[in-house]
Design a protein around this ligand. Sequence first.
Ligand SMILES: Cc1cc2nc3c(=O)[nH]c(=O)nc-3n(C[C@H](O)[C@H](O)[C@H](O)COP(=O)(O)OP(=O)(O)OC[C@H]3O[C@@H](n4cnc5c(N)ncnc54)[C@H](O)[C@@H]3O)c2cc1C
Length: 303
Amino acid sequence: MLRTLLLELAKSSRLRRWITSHGTTRRLAQRFVPGEDLAPALEAARNCNRAGMTASLDHLGENVGTREDAERACAAYTEALERISAGDIDANVSLKLTHLGLDLGQEFCAGQLRIVTRRATDLKNFVRVDMEGSACTDRTIQIVKQARAESGAVGTVIQAYLHRSEQDIRDLLSIGCRIRLVKGAYKEPSQIAFPGKKQVDANFIKLMKILLPSGIYHAIATHDPSLIEATIRFAAEHDITKDKFEFQMLYGIRTDLQSRLVRQGYRVRVYIPFGKDWFPYFIRRLAERPANLLFFARNVFRQ
Ligand SMILES: Cc1cc2nc3c(=O)[nH]c(=O)nc-3n(C[C@H](O)[C@H](O)[C@H](O)COP(=O)(O)OP(=O)(O)OC[C@H]3O[C@@H](n4cnc5c(N)ncnc54)[C@H](O)[C@@H]3O)c2cc1C
């Protein structure tokens, strides 16, 4: 219930103004978002590289209302790809299609994505298209398939909480698409999504077992130790070596587990968000874990 309430509050512009204008909350958000500009994100990515991990930079933003905003987001992504290359940093980028104007028209958005994937292809890099709420799933998959027909430098995300995900995975595997498997971070109705953690976890494992033997390089993105263990066990039993897939985790979450996996020889990529529009991302992180909310509330009300 708390999760549902927080995800609803993420839509409130008053709460957004209050949270983003206070120094204390901005400082607390830095646990999950290293900064509002590209420079601190690049520095965080360099630190990941030094610790034996790769990174994926996410320029925060979603549901833009004008073409100019979408074009600005597109330019920010091409700049990030160029600075990653110039800095010899081992990182790619992750983006949301509603940040590139999905709500303004599918063709327009596909055009913006094409600009980013062409730059990524030229620079021998990769673009991951994040998966948003279920209203975007069909359009996201269609645009990704269209983009993949032109370049292999793009992949997407599948959410284990959706009933449809096994079918989507089979569809995307048939075109060789790289997939990041996640549990899913949005509020979805029980008609289309598994309601409980147990069922979501079971579906996550089922989907992981389809992805790993496919011969395509996929990402298993979770901080859940039992799902990580299940992945490690399955890979070992099926002779899927450690270089054939990667684990992914979010910046600032379970850094102990990230380091442990690196020590064990697994590939780990850290998802590093940056930008001024950090409010919805921050609320989703609070919603995932009641302890985060308590920590946040204690610090804010101590002021
Ligand atoms: C790299 C990456 C990319 C993602 N991309 C997408 C996407 O495109 N679309 C989408 O819908 N979702 C995305 N997600 C979010 C995902 O769907 C989950 O909401 C999120 O990962 C939490 O689920 P979990 O698998 O870690 O398991 P959970 O069962 O939520 O958590 C397992 C354990 O991880 C730790 N943990 C998890 N979350 C937090 C937190 N916020 N703060 C502190 N500890 C925490 C806790 O120890 C917890 O017990 C992404 C996640 C990752 C790691």
